[in-house]
Design a protein around this ligand. Structure first.
Ligand code: PEP
Length: 264
């Protein structure tokens, strides 16, 4: 059974104080609210995993506010070099020291707003896999690529370069893929359950062809793009969707808690 991941990507929102409050309140919900307690039990039994990705400057606040291991912390980006003259970048040893379990790599805003290429992201993925931080690697097509029938071709290209030097064991044990169609991110236009499942099934098929059945069966594939409490349960019910990467709705504690509860 693949542990379902509910991961909140806060993007450039929530400074240190707001992060501390959010994490404290979420841990209170896990310990006091009846649905929260059920969710905490689901985390303990590895049925679900809850992850929050604050901005870099709020990671330490998140890690020090946490009193338990129910919530895991992710970075939103990494740089592939361990240290040196790379102004503005943050390295994997720094993220490890701060307490991150995961790092999001290749989010559509990194690809399309900041111009990160498949080659850049391959370097980040390899460096992350060589560290103690685990990657949540994002892929997904633009609207025009979907409308011209090229969704699968885009996924082929993004994954081919990311995966070319990985081994079956690494894919089975360490990699999480997030399918996030760019046209669905922050637009309110969620992919239909069928479209999301179709893409996630395709990603699993690619993993099967390249790495074999054990890896493709173990690989966790998330869907992201305008997830909210109203659509999370039906997305999570799809065979190949093993969790959700949630932007806007993860900033609101009530919505995020409802989405976590929808995975129970
Ligand atoms: C995201 O930032 O990864 C995302 C999916 O955002 P939203 O849920 O707001 O569409």
């Amino acid at each position: 059974m693949r542990t379902k991941m509910l991961a909140g990507n806060w993007k450039m929102n929530n400074g240190g104080a707001a992060t501390k409050d959010f994490i404290t309140n979420l841990e209170n919900w896990f310990s006091k609210d009846p649905v929260g307690k059920k969710s905490a039990a689901a985390v303990s039994s590895k049925a679900i995993e809850v992850v929050v990705a604050p901005p870099f400057t709020s990671i330490e606040s998140a890690c020090s506010a946490k009193q338990t291991d129910i919530i895991q912390i992710a970075a939103q980006n990494v740089y592939h070099k361990p240290k040196g003259a790379f102004t503005g970048e943050v390295s994997l040893p720094m993220l490890e020291e701060a307490g991150c379990k995961y790092a999001i790599i290749g989010h559509s805003e990194r690809r399309h707003v900041f111009g990160e290429s498949n080659e850049d992201l391959e370097k980040k993925l390899i460096a992350t896999l060589e560290s103690r931080v685990l990657p949540i690697f994002c892929v997904g097509e633009l609207l025009e690529e979907r409308e011209s029938g090229n969704m699968k071709k885009v996924l082929d290209t993004q994954l081919e370069s990311a995966w070319r030097s990985l081994t079956s064991d690494v894919v089975a044990d360490m990699v999480v893929i997030a399918y996030e169609p760019v046209w669905a991110i922050g637009t309110g236009q969620t992919a239909s359950d069928d479209d999301a499942e179709d893409a996630c099934d395709y990603i699993r098929t690619l993993a099967y062809e390249k790495f074999g059945v054990t890896s493709s069966d173990s690989l966790r594939i998330l869907y992201g793009g305008s997830v909210k409490p109203e659509n999370s349960a039906s997305l999570l019910a799809q065979r190949d969707i093993d969790g959700l990467l949630i932007g806007g709705a993860s900033l609101d504690a009530d919505s995020f808690e409802k989405i976590i509860a929808s995975a129970l």
